[in-house]
Design a protein around this ligand. Structure first.
Ligand code: KG4
Ligand code: ZN
Length: 330
């Protein structure tokens, strides 16, 4: 089964070709350079760049995987959540391909596919039946349980997503967008004393990052000669502390042995190290995606469709189907 998958939910245009669960090719065009000048993503520009680049990316993905268009069996596209104008570019192209090639069209949720991205390349029976999932991205911060492919969310952020908070704190310090990687790097280099930024008061499995962000802003306004490395390390610790606290609580309550950690912030070195260290005693299997599957990519979209097809839990879409902006549990 050859799958052609399309992902255009935010600022990455990505196409993948899979042969069942194996990724044959993955080509992604990041628009970071274009949006960087504005300090964040401009939705109108994002959809324009998707439409400019998507066709040549499809051609490249086909060539890289030595696949002819008429050898493609299934067309898969991200339906949501994301920027609707961007999602719609992928949706229009997917519908056109499905209609002209007379092949079935399937739609996939972007967050579901992030959650399964650590398992790309595996067979259905190699994926834990039940696992805790942590999504830490630019748009979402979510903890939940996946059981037999059904997701139940335990808690989400009440305000900013963790990646959004990294980006806003980076912007306060005059760093480029997206600022997460630079904060990570600066924090790693810093070995001195930390500033104590106000931690959030958390109920249940909720998260909250806007208080820490405001605390950073106030600190930088009061201390004009602040040390960027020190602020980076202090902010990062406060953000990671919150994640560790909630994950440990969920592990204890639900007695789960596997955790999938996905989304852009899964690349954060402190988050990775602390999770490994603090869950070591509990013998938890931590599942991180390969680096190339951490960022938004079409391979995870195609793979999620493969898993759902294999388990007979996905229906072919009709051409009336539309994109959606918000996360849906199932
Ligand atoms: O998952 P993603 O590519 O986009 C969404 O779907 O939202 O995540 C992007 C986010 C950005 O906010 C970026 O700053 C953050 O992930 N990020 C990081 C790191 N690498 C990327 N944040 C902290 N540490 C990193 N190493
Ligand atoms: Zn994403």
């Amino acid at each position: 089964m050859r799958i052609l998958s399309i992902e255009t939910s935010c600022d990455d245009t990505s196409i993948a070709i899979l042969d069942n669960n194996k990724v044959l090719s993955l080509v992604t065009h990041s628009q970071i350079e274009e949006h960087n000048k504005f300090g964040g993503i401009i939705p109108e520009l994002a959809s324009r760049y998707h439409s400019l680049n998507i066709h040549s990316l499809i051609e490249k993905a086909l060539i890289d995987s030595k696949t002819k268009l008429d050898q493609v069996d299934k067309i898969v596209v991200t339906q949501g959540p994301g920027l609707v104008n961007s999602l719609q570019i992928g949706m229009i192209v997917a519908k056109t391909l499905a209609q002209t090639l007379d092949k079935p069209l399937y739609t996939i949720d972007h967050i579901h596919s992030h959650i399964y991205s650590p398992f790309i390349g595996k067979e259905v029976n190699e994926i834990p039946k039940q696992f805790l999932f942590l999504v830490v991205s630019g748009g979402h911060t979510m903890l939940g349980i996946s059981k037999d492919n059904k997701l139940s969310v335990l808690g989400q952020t009440k305000d900013d997503a963790i990646g959004e908070a990294f980006d806003k704190v980076a912007k306060i310090m005059g760093m480029d967008y997206p600022g997460g990687p630079e904060i990570d790097k600066r924090a790693k280099n810093y070995k001195g004393e930390l500033v104590s930024f106000t931690p959030a008061k958390l109920q249940n499995f909720e998260f909250s990052f806007s208080g820490i962000k405001s605390s950073v802003l106030n600190y930088t306004l009061k201390n004009k000669k602040y040390d960027k490395d020190q602020v980076s390390a202090s902010f990062q610790k406060a953000a990671v502390d919150q994640i560790i606290f909630q994950v440990k609580k969920a592990v204890k309550k639900y007695k789960i042995k596997d955790i999938s950690i996905s989304g852009g912030v899964a690349a954060n070195s402190e988050l990775q190290e602390r999770l490994k260290k603090e869950l070591f005693k509990d013998k938890i299997n931590l599942h991180f995606p390969e680096r190339k599957y951490i960022i938004d990519n079409a391979a995870m979209i195609g793979f999620m469709a493969y898993i759902k097809l294999k388990k007979h839990i996905i229906k072919e879409s009709d051409f009336e189907i539309d994109s959606y902006p918000q996360f849906k549990e199932n």
